[in-house]
Design a protein around this ligand. Structure first.
Ligand code: SAH
Length: 198
């Protein structure tokens, strides 16, 4: 079973990684690598994340079947599928329109009906749909966008890489408790940059 040997503790997350056809989300020329634990190019200078890192980020979100989730950086749509399997509703934002369109097509074809798509700068989040029980950011920013902190529900979890682009960044989990934010360092990662639009 692909990805069955990844070092993740949440068996539900592992089961979902094994179930989703990752080959459907990568360009044809990389299909033969789809079940390797590596990131792959998806065009427009972007990459589909390494399955282990996507799995780790998902695990850190501690999703419940009733949760509403915001994802920034739809990319290929693979991680969106992972979230949609474990939560009630996923709101996903991508700046690069062709990537958003392609992801939407694939996810619709695979039968997901609990995902809302938007082409926009994820910095501002999705205010009308907030608050979110969980927020996942798949691109590296230098600081946590303040609108996203605001749109996190009380008790909500946010997982994101923070640091300078082009280098390694730190993966953080931020938990909102009343008006306090508890920040936990989860180690080094490497992500594409969080880009501002306009
Ligand atoms: N999780 C994705 C990985 C996508 S890579 C997958 O599984 O395929 C990160 C994505 O974030 C890229 O597609 C990039 O275009 C997008 N991105 C970068 N900055 C953004 C922003 N400000 N708002 C929304 N999306 C952004």
């Amino acid at each position: 079973m692909p990805f069955a040997d990844l070092e993740l503790t949440d068996q539900r997350v592992k089961a979902v990684l094994c179930k989703i056809p990752r080959d459907q989300f990568v360009p044809e020329e990389y299909r033969s690598y789809a079940y390797e634990n590596i990131p792959l190019p998806i065009g427009y200078g972007q990459t589909i994340s390494q399955p282990y890192i996507g799995g780790l980020m998902t695990e850190l979100l501690s999703l419940k079947p009733t949760d509403r989730v915001l994802e920034i950086g739809t990319g290929s749509g693979y991680q969106t599928a992972v979230l949609a399997e474990l939560a009630a509703q996923v709101y996903t934002i991508e700046t690069i329109e062709p990537l958003a369109k392609s992801a939407q097509e694939i996810l619709t074809r695979l039968g997901y009906d609990n995902i809302s798509f938007r082409v926009a700068d994820g910095y501002f989040g999705w205010e009308e749909a907030s608050p979110f029980d969980a927020i996942l950011i798949a691109a590296a920013a230098e600081e946590v966008p303040p609108p996203l902190k605001k749109q996190l529900a009380n008790g909500g979890r946010m997982v994101l890489p923070i640091g300078a682009p082009g280098k390694t960044q730190t993966l953080w989990r931020i938990i909102k408790q009343n008006d306090r934010f508890i920040e936990e360092n989860k180690g080094l990662v490497r992500f594409v940059p969080f880009t501002r639009r306009g």
